[in-house]
Design a protein around this ligand. Structure first.
Ligand code: T46
Length: 136
């Protein structure tokens, strides 16, 4: 059975009078050891980013600010859609999952990844992804 996408609820420490801290620790809520963190911002609302899958990389995607619409198609053909709008939530994106993201103007997206950047880990052609899908 392949790994599936899922929503992660991070602990939210504090209250509205003093503000909040959210935290994620490997092995508690993070299902992999992080090797890389990156973030994206100032993406125009009309732009759809992603449009790829990873052979091996696992990721958790967090909207630390603004709203992010995330669509995921697994290699088994299951479709998932999420609207991330709370900084205390994240989406786990497994390997071999085609994903796209669309951002509100104020969105800042934080990504925790299980591997260092390697272009060879990307499947950027949807046709290539579908052929792999047909072979499972
Ligand atoms: C993903 C989604 C959620 C690097 O040089 N190093 C890096 O660590 C990353 C993440 C990107 N890049 C370069 C590769 C491209 O030349 O930055 C450029 C833009 O990358 P890309 O078109 O893949 O950006 P997104 O926003 O479509 O995808 C990114 C991640 O690349 C991807 O792994 O899952 O965010």
């Amino acid at each position: 059975m392949k790994k599936k996408p899922y929503l992660i609820e991070f602990p939210k420490i504090g209250d509205s009078s003093i503000g909040f801290i959210s935290v994620v620790e490997f092995e508690k809520l993070l299902p992999f050891r992080p090797e890389r963190v990156y973030w994206t911002y100032y993406t125009p609302e009309s732009i759809v980013r992603g449009r790829h899958a990873h052979h091996n990389t696992e990721q958790v995607l967090i909207a630390v600010s603004g709203t992010i619409l995330v669509h995921i198609e697994t290699i088994e053909g299951e479709l998932y859609s999420y609207k991330l709008e709370k900084p205390s939530q994240g989406i786990y994106i497994p390997p071999m999952a085609w994903h796209t993201m669309q951002y509100s103007h104020t969105a800042v997206q934080l990504i925790i990844a299980s591997s260092k950047y390697d272009e060879a880990d990307y499947i950027r052609s949807y046709d290539a992804f579908c052929s792999l899908k047909n072979n499972i």
